[in-house]
Design a protein around this ligand. Structure first.
Ligand code: IFM
Length: 797
């Protein structure tokens, strides 16, 4: 069963049935002013921090309520409904609706009782307030008396936990006022610096384009006793009773009574934000000319669509196209901007960026906006400690050069991160490599960036210290020590335990840095890297290769983890994919390991992170045991590694396998399986339940996941084979045999390239001929200096 479709032209996902199996969300604004909205208008807003700047209340782990509600009432029949299907929830046989989730806007179109409504929600570009535009059209042939109500449930305190639980305090600190055309809510209004230096706050919900007929600033007065969001007494009565809150829960509720002639459309603009009265007036004034909304909407679309323009692919699979051209790309931007700040699962409590998550997130947008990526790379490098390790959590108020580190009790107390993780800084290597490849900006390596705790160095030297960090912390077998954890937060091998995954990351980092060292003719360092990489490679081969797989690691006490002999967890995904990505595996090992993955870990919904799940034979430190079998790190289909296995298969020229894995795990490919998957068919989640779960195929933790970037990289560098390096672009697709032709439009260093891949014989990798602007090339490589402004490339497979 499906609940909607991809509109690729408008870059929208259109929900045609509102009773989706979960709230299907969209992101508006940015964490400066962030808003999350579901297809039933559930959601919340905040200023700067999901946890400390919450202005709209939302009940987590509940029923997608409350939200930005717009109610419509026929004042003659007294029937009422909402512009989103919920909260009133009219019978779907008479209530028709479409929710258009677009790039940073959501538009809900509904028709009921011969009134067509359009509720458009957005945060104007670079602004810190939100707009709800309600359009009402009378599609009947008689004059209609219609009441429109807007309802916003303000928190009583910006800290969302305080708002939810510290009621003996928070219920008594707010008031609402009706001022002209708006409800103004004050918090601690007498407080201006008088107590603890704190200042009061003001929020508002205002109306432009019509006059306010009645209002409420008190939640209980608007909803009524024993009523709820689905049947507020004010809407039932067709009139608010103008009660404001004092020592109770506040809200903004505005009612406007309208007369709409046949065929006529009336528009109202509600604006919400955390602003004082004067600023709110200035903001509202702009919307007196209602066409301003269209201007702002166009601005938003132009901005976002321009962000997505650098790559456009046309393949025979529209799910692949929708994901790569719009939705996966858009999700990459959302994870890049929002990190793990706020969703319907993340309540916003994190006070910083996870190091590895953020450095990984950057990878997803490099091909679309490399300079935006570069800014964040610089920022993350400034969070590298002078010992070469990354700060596990980079605080939102990170002050490069002046930070404490995991060696300081103060850092541990402030962040809850007790120690360094083995992998954090190693993610910098592929990320920097991708940026330099996309731009050709080798001078990036010479930029000087501070260390988190003082001192500064060029990026090149920062990278050297990254290698040094691992090399100074080797375990007994001379592989990098596991420290607190590696990519897998649930795997505690012990401080001196060793992770094969990190060893492979380090091996790969050395390859990347050697390329830069060669460019810089840093001969002493090249010799050093060559030697340590050889030793590391030999060690991994000796300690970690077992017949047809690489093991997952070695515990501090010498126990091998992920051995074929183990009863549980005897096959792990990441060491197999990374053995290929890192270039460590021989061809024979790569083929064997990838085949083992397919045989032992593949399921109809993607590849399990390991199997069998821990149940009775977990080792001490296998925290995955905390989860039910086939869930998350305990044998679930962790989504992030799907990107790595797609990449690994592609690097081996296995287009059919790469595509098989893409289809199994891609949200768009499961558009018709929404009742099983539950999550939005346009975004990746964190994981999918696998075979031992009674709910195999159900996915969880929407939107904010590193999966966006890894799958993007797996598809773009892997399947499409677009692999830039400092000097040009390698084109090496690995596509399913059934794709006879694909076209890729890419902007590369400001030049347009159209790549036509012709595959008449049904190959899945490799190429026979390669042409650049009609000239046959001896390799499938485009030297950057040969590019014209507009280029035609043909690759015959
Ligand atoms: O790698 C981690 C990530 O940093 C946070 N979510 C879970 C992943 C796997 O443990």
């Amino acid at each position: 069963m499906n609940y909607g479709y991809f509109d690729n032209i408008n870059r929208e996902y259109v929900i045609t049935r509102p009773d989706t199996p979960a709230p299907w969300a969209n992101y508006l604004g940015s964490p400066e002013y962030g808003a999350i909205i579901s297809n039933n208008a559930g959601g919340y807003s905040f200023v700067k921090s999901g946890a400390n700047g919450r202005i709209l209340r939302y009940q987590f782990n509940s029923e997608d309520k409350p939200g930005r509600y717009l109610y419509i009432r026929d004042d003659e029949t007294k029937d009422y409904w909402s512009a989103s299907w919920q909260p009133v929830g009219k019978d779907m046989s008479t209530y028709k609706s479409e929710c258009h989730h677009g790039t940073a806007y959501t538009n809900m179109i509904a028709e009921y009782a011969q009134i067509k409504s359009e509720a458009l929600y957005y945060v104007p570009l670079n602004k810190t307030y939100e707009v709800w535009r309600l359009k009402l059209t009378n599609t009947s042939d008689k004059t209609r008396k219609i009441s429109a109500f807007a309802y916003a449930e303000f928190t009583n305190e910006n800290n969302y936990e305080q708002d939810q639980v510290n009621l003996q305090y928070t219920l008594f600190i707010t008031r609402t006022y009706f001022k002209e055309n708006k409800i103004v809510q004050t918090i601690n209004e007498n407080c201006n610096n008088a107590v603890n230096g704190s200042t009061g706050k003001e929020r508002f919900l205002g109306l432009a384009g019509a006059s306010v007929t009645s209002y409420n600033g008190d939640k209980a007065a608007f909803l009524g006793r024993y009523h709820s969001y689905g049947n507020p007494i004010a809407v039932e009565n067709g009139m608010c009773d103008n009660v404001l809150n004092y020592n109770s829960n506040g809200c903004g509720a505005l009612h406007s009574a309208l007369t709409i002639e046949p065929g006529e459309t009336k528009e109202l603009v509600f604006v919400l934000g955390q602003k004082n009265n004067d600023d709110a007036d200035v903001i509202l004034k702009q919307y007196e000319d209602i066409s301003f909304v269209e201007t702002e909407l166009q601005e938003l679309k132009d901005y976002w669509h321009s962000q997505l323009e650098n790559l456009n692919v046309t393949t025979p699979d529209s799910a692949f196209n929708s994901m790569i051209n719009t939705w996966n790309a858009y999700q990459c931007f959302i994870t890049f901007i929002w990190s793990r700040a706020a969703s319907f699962i993340y309540c916003g409590q994190r006070n910083g960026y996870g190091y590895r998550d953020t450095v990984q997130d950057i990878q997803g947008i490099i091909h679309l906006n490399p300079e935006l990526a570069a800014e964040k790379i610089r920022f993350m490098i400034s969070a590298q400690v002078d010992n070469g390790g990354g700060l596990p959590l980079v605080k939102y108020d990170h002050n490069a050069g002046h930070e404490d580190t995991p060696d300081d009790a103060s850092y541990v107390k402030a962040t809850g991160h007790p120690a360094y993780r083995a992998d954090d800084a190693l993610w910098l290597f592929p990320t920097v490599y991708k940026y330099i490849g996309e731009t050709g900006n080798k001078a990036f390596l010479d930029e000087v960036i501070p260390y988190a705790n003082g001192g500064e160095d060029t990026i090149y030297e920062h990278l050297k210290r990254g290698i040094g960090f691992s090399m100074e912390r080797l375990g007994d077998h001379k592989m990098p020590a596991g420290l607190h954890a590696d990519w897998n937060d649930c795997l505690r091998l012990g401080k001196k335990g060793e992770s094969s995954f990190v060893a492979m990351q380090l091996y790969y980092a050395m390859t990347i840095l050697k390329e830069y060292a060669e460019d810089k003719k840093d001969s002493e360092y090249i010799a050093y890297l060559t030697q340590i990489q050889k030793e590391l490679g030999d060690t991994i081969q000796k300690e970690c290769w077992e017949e047809d797989r690489f093991v997952r690691g070695i515990k501090e006490d010498g126990q091998v983890i992920g051995s074929k002999k183990d009863i549980e967890a005897n096959m792990w995904l990441n060491p197999q994919s990374w053995a290929v990505i890192s270039g460590l595996a021989t061809k024979e090992q790569a083929e064997l390991a990838l085949e083992s993955v397919h045989r032992e870990l593949n399921t109809p919904y993607g590849v399990r992170v390991m199997a069998p799940s821990f149940q009775k034979h977990a080792f001490e430190g296998a925290l995955a045991l905390l989860f039910n079998p086939s869930t998350k790190e305990n044998g679930g289909i962790f989504s992030q590694p799907q990107g790595w296995i797609i990449l690994a298969e592609s690097l081996m020229g296995h287009g059919n396998r790469a595509y098989e894995y893409f289809r199994e795990s891609s949200p768009a490919s499961q558009n018709d399986n929404a009742d099983v998957r539950l999550l939005e068919p346009y975004v990746h989640g964190q994981f999918t339940e696998s075979t031992e779960s009674p709910f195999e195929g159900r996915s969880h933790v929407h939107w904010l996941t590193g999966t966006a970037s890894t799958v993007m990289v797996g598809c773009v560098e892997g399947m499409l084979g677009l692999r830039p390096d400092a000097d040009g672009l390698l084109v090496q697709p690995a596509i399913p045999s059934e794709w006879k032709e694909i076209t890729i439009d890419k902007v590369f260093r400001g030049k347009k390239i159209t790549i036509k891949v012709e595959n008449p014989d049904g190959a899945e990798g490799g190429y026979k001929e390669f042409y650049l602007n009609g000239e046959k090339m001896d390799k499938n490589y485009i030297p950057a200096e040969s590019l014209k402004d507009v280029n035609e490339v043909v690759l015959k497979m």
